[in-house]
Write a protein that binds this ligand. Structure first.
Ligand code: ZN
Length: 257
């Protein structure tokens, strides 16, 4: 005779048990001397585990999101800037915000035609806030790739590959700057160290133009200054296909903004 069958058989009748928290409950014999525990305790434990799983899921999602923002190069203090949190209490600010909202919402069509934009204005007027807001928006909603960089950092990325010990080739560095769906280029207008540096920037802008990948350029110079800095040809290319100039001509609100 097979004795396993009799070992597994539930031949003992349910019995009354007592939970310290929930009081009396009916305990069923599960296996030999193993009896079922308090069902309410079980349900509570299950709910707790579910919450824990969800919390962990959220924090994993958050960590992945932080990594994504980190690799997009968005500066630390702008990582929580959303388009929704931009305070637009004047008409000029509202125009800037409206542009940013529609550009972000309709980024797919900007990408289709390679529509770039130019944000012009003094320090602390919210250019970076709106640009970061656009970047974060299209990363989150459209799963688009974004790279935020200053002009000098972009140039350095390429120049560093000229080093013998560099682990990246120049082509790879250029690709880092030209592959993202949106490149946000800050500090356009900062003095080039050499003609070579200028050419590196133009290479990147040209390649993006040819691939119809939009670039957001941020500058403290006025429009004429930006045109001189970039030169007619590059400037015209940026303004082609509806590339808009958004003027941030109000006083700095740094510290609040
Ligand atoms: Zn219990």
């Amino acid at each position: 005779m097979n004795s396993i069958g009799s070992m597994l058989s539930r031949d003992q009748e349910p019995r009354l048990a007592e939970c310290e928290t929930h009081g009396a409950y009916e305990s069923r014999n599960l296996f030999r001397s193993v009896w079922s525990g308090c069902p309410q305790c079980g349900a509570e434990r299950e709910a707790q585990e579910k919450t824990e799983r969800e919390r962990k899921g959220r924090s994993e999602w958050l960590a992945a999101w932080q990594r994504k923002i980190g690799s997009a190069g968005i500066p630390e203090r702008f990582r929580d800037r959303s388009l929704e949190s931009f305070v637009a209490e004047t008409d000029a600010k509202r125009r800037a915000l409206d542009f940013a909202l529609s550009y972000a919402d309709d980024f797919d069509s900007a990408l289709e035609i390679g529509r770039s934009a130019l944000f012009i204005g003094g320090v602390g007027t919210g250019k970076t806030h709106l640009a970061a807001g656009i970047g974060l928006h299209i990363m989150a909603r459209n799963s688009r790739t974004v790279l935020f960089s200053t002009v000098m950092r972009a140039i350095r990325l390429v120049k560093d590959t000229w080093n013998k010990e560099a682990d990246q080739t120049e082509t790879e560095a250029i690709a880092t700057l030209t592959a993202p769906d949106l490149l946000i280029l800050d500090e356009v207008g900062v003095q080039f160290g050499s003609e070579t540096e200028k050419l590196i920037l133009f290479d990147v802008l040209n390649e993006r133009y040819e691939k119809r990948r939009p670039t957001l350029l941020l500058s403290n110079l006025d429009l004429g200054g930006v045109r001189t800095y970039l030169g007619e040809r590059v400037f015209d290319r940026i303004r082609e296909d509806g590339g808009e100039v958004v003027i941030f001509d109000w006083q700095s609100h740094r510290g609040r903004g």
